[in-house]
Design a protein around this ligand. Structure first.
Ligand SMILES: [Zn+2]
Length: 222
């Protein structure tokens, strides 16, 4: 079973840094479109390793839950004035941070205002699911490393799995349209920005402080 679990992880991890197999990607997309999952990766495997499931479906569930507490999540405003002030301050950090991300392929900056709710949900979902994974580790013990991908710790696998759910290709025109009017940041930034805001990611991969994936000025809301 452990070997079977390793297979999918291995197949995804082996493709890191390799040229993209367009046919395989497209076939995977077609297969999954019918399930209304527009990503080539499977988000949940009943028998899959916990790190991989928490990183994928766990962070997606966290993302959706966080929408209840994003900039438009409150149907009724139950925040105190002070809490609203703090919320706006922290939300503003995300607006500034995402808006200062430069996308060289299209010579544009992201629009941190249009994408605020989704960015809050991305960052929150990642953090909430990692906390749940830590609780899992505390309860059941540190998961064993998987054969063939034993160079990765369970924590590293969690983050690789998170990133793999957003793995995609995008043409320049679509990228431009995404930045102009999309409510989500382009996938690359949905991965890199939340991870660079999250200290446990830097700890897992030993990212030097004040480096691109371990930024000094981290934005944290939930
Ligand atoms: Zn969302």
């Amino acid at each position: 079973m452990v070997y079977m679990q390793s297979y999918n992880v291995l197949r995804n991890m082996r493709s890191i840094g390799q040229p993209v197999d367009i046919t395989r990607e497209q076939m995977a997309r077609l297969t999954h479109r019918s399930k209304r999952i527009s990503r080539p990766q499977i988000q949940f495997n009943h028998n899959g390793p916990a790190a991989v499931n928490y990183g994928a479906i766990g962070s997606t569930i966290g993302h959706e839950l966080t929408h209840g507490f994003d900039d438009s999540g409150n149907l009724k405003n139950w925040f105190t004035e002070k809490a609203t002030e703090r919320f706006d301050e922290k939300a503003n950090c995300f607006i500034q941070q995402y808006s200062s991300e430069y996308v060289p392929e299209v010579d544009m900056n992201l629009n941190g205002r249009n994408t605020l709710g989704e960015n809050i949900a991305d960052n929150g979902g990642l953090r909430e699911s990692f906390r749940a994974f830590q609780t899992y580790v505390k309860t059941y013990g540190e998961p064993q490393r998987l054969p063939y991908v034993s160079q990765y710790t369970p924590q590293q696998l969690y983050f690789l799995s998170y990133a793999s759910t957003k793995c995609s290709l995008i043409r320049q025109l679509a990228l431009k349209a995404n930045i102009y009017s999309g409510s989500h940041s382009p996938n690359k930034y949905r991965v890199n920005v939340p991870l660079s805001n999250f200290q446990p990611f830097s700890d897992a991969f030993n990212c030097k402080s004040n480096s691109p994936m371990n930024r000094k000025d981290k934005c944290i809301l939930w």
